[in-house]
Design a protein around this ligand. Structure first.
Ligand code: ATP
Ligand code: MG
Ligand code: FE
Length: 330
């Protein structure tokens, strides 16, 4: 089964052709990062307009790179949500129009299920059950993947997502948007033990996260040092912050795996590209699954993978399909 997948939930215009949920024939992407960097974050209306403009070319390129025609596609897939509503609507409308004119089934995909499915592409032999830490710009979840399409929530953030915390701290340190990758680079030159930041919820029974306190602690520290005219090394702040986030994320994930007696842990989402997180994850003594870097941040290949398993389980979407900016995974 060959699926042409479209992803437009945020600021990447993406299309891919994926075979049987595992084999990526093409994975095409236009990133709007440079466009939004000027504003220090994603401007929804600008994102929508760019999706509209770039989609035809990106879809065309995905087919060309896969070496196939519209006629050789078995189904279309599109991200229904969660994400920016205007951005999502572009992909949903485009996919609906294609499905209608080609008379092929359309599969609606949850963006977070897509992130998790990035692991199926990277590890063709990986099958549920496993535990997944989903860490992205808008989400931080520990999820038990019981089966394809069957997820049990074990922990989630009560406030900021991990990626959001990375981006906000990066901004305070004067790094460009999106801050995560820049902060990682800066942290590599710093001392992770230079500053001590408190971890939230220590000793509590639940497996939830909170990152807003940590973010505020970093912001206050930087402001205090600036006001006093103290010289400080931003790389030390970055490294200390990163260490705290990464430890917090993995402590809860390891604890969840122990409680659930799960031996396999997968990471997913943009923050799973972080090198320090990947290193920390390897210390737990569990079998570890790390998506290839190009499948960590938003892409359409992961949507094509998730769509395949959805297609096996549920009927195709109707042409009345609408974008859902807060579509839940669970
Ligand atoms: P969501 O998937 O929750 O809807 P999103 O699609 O915007 O949000 P992703 O594309 O999965 O998020 O990931 C983007 C986030 O990942 C940004 O916050 C970015 O800073 C972060 N990120 C990317 N690479 C790294 C890295 N190397 N280290 C830390 N954070 C990173
Ligand atoms: Mg993005
Ligand atoms: Fe995402």
């Amino acid at each position: 089964v060959r699926i042409l997948a479209i992803e437009t939930s945020c600021d990447e215009t993406a299309a891919a052709v994926v075979e049987n949920g595992r084999r990526v024939l093409s994975n095409t992407l236009f990133t709007q990062i440079a466009i939004h960097a000027e504003y220090g974050g994603v401007v929804p209306e600008i994102a929508s307009r760019n999706h509209l403009e770039k989609l035809p070319y990106i879809v065309d390129q995905a087919l060309r790179e896969a070496g196939c025609t519209f006629g050789e596609i078995d189904a279309l897939a599109v991200t229904q949500g969660p994400g920016l509503v205007g951005a999502l609507l572009n992909g949903v409308s485009y996919a609906k129009a294609l499905a209608f004119s080609l008379d092929k089934p359309l599969i609606a995909v949850n963006h977070m299920e897509g992130h998790i499915s990035a692991n199926y592409i990277t590890y063709p032999e990986l099958e549920p059950p496993f535990l997944c830490l989903v860490v992205s710009g808008g989400h931080t979840n520990i999820v038990k993947v019981e089966d394809y399409g069957r997820y049990v929530p074990l922990g989630a953030t009560r406030d900021d997502a991990a990626g959001e915390a990375f981006d906000k701290v990066a901004r305070i340190l004067g790094l460009p948007y999106p801050g995560g990758p820049h902060l990682q680079k800066l942290a590599e030159q710093g001392d992770p033990d230079a500053y001590h930041f408190p971890k939230s919820f220590r000793g509590e029974h639940h497996l939830d996260f909170s990152f807003s306190g940590l973010k505020t602690a970093v912001i206050n520290l930087v402001h205090r040092m600036e006001q006093r005219g103290e010289s400080f090394n931003p790389a030390d702040v970055a490294a200390s912050f990163q260490k705290t986030v990464v430890r917090t994320l993995m402590e809860n994930t390891f604890e969840a795996a122990r409680r659930e007696h799960i031996k396999r842990i997968a990471l997913a989402g943009g923050v799973s590209a972080n090198a320090a997180l990947r290193e920390e994850a390897a210390r737990g003594g569990f079998a570890l699954y790390l998506p290839k870097l190009c499948y960590c941040t938003d892409n359409a290949a992961m949507i094509g993978s998730a769509a395949y398993y959805r297609m096996l389980q549920s009927p195709a979407a109707q042409l009345s399909l609408n974008a859902d900016p807060s579509l839940p995974l669970l």
